[in-house]
Ligand binder design. Sequence first.
Ligand SMILES: [Zn+2]
Length: 238
Amino acid sequence: MTKHLYQTDSYLREFDAVVTAVDGQAVALDRTAFYPGGGGQPHDLGLLTWDEGSSAVTRVKKQGDTVWHTLDGDAPPTGTPVHGVLDWGRRYRLMRTHTALHVLCGVVWRDYGASVTGGNMDPLKGRMDFEFETMHKELVTEIEANVNDEIEKCHPVHVAILPREEAFEIPDLIRTKINLLPPQIQQVRTVEIEGLDLQADGGTHVANTREVGRVRVVDYKSKGAINKRIYIELDEEA
Ligand SMILES: [Zn+2]
């Protein structure tokens, strides 16, 4: 089992760990800052170094509680101490993008009562799907203005890990279908943009909306009468 350092410190870009298992070119570590992907956020990339070598990390995935890091060369044996370094430029852009999507969710829920059904992102680009029957072209400008308004309010972003029963009593979480979480998940990680949005979420986010920078709502598509997909883009720098 791997200690998931990214869950409590999303700003950690380097860490020391030990190889606990090897499977071909993939290694499991006792602790990692590499995000294994999930919730629409892609896995991290980066570098693993050890005494006799180093290798790029090309893929990261979670299997149960264990995080596997696929290397582009030969894996060091079990027991090897390693040093991990994230591709921080890419990860930080994903954190900004992920947080921007939560601001979008919060605004769309508050202003139009539309709930989110899914989402996906690349660095500086993302999309979210909503049950949003009344979405139309003219709303794009309005949503964009309100999203940027909220970003400029510099809302702090809080992460918490709660017992399942406690999380199930929070009305904002119930609306995001937290009840669909499998019963074996006993702890729920929540991400809150103070005053705007609260979700059960495993991803990495920035600590304050000011780090997101300007967001453009670039497009939207109807995926049927009710389901609408909204696309956003971020500036290179906040
Ligand atoms: Zn999220």
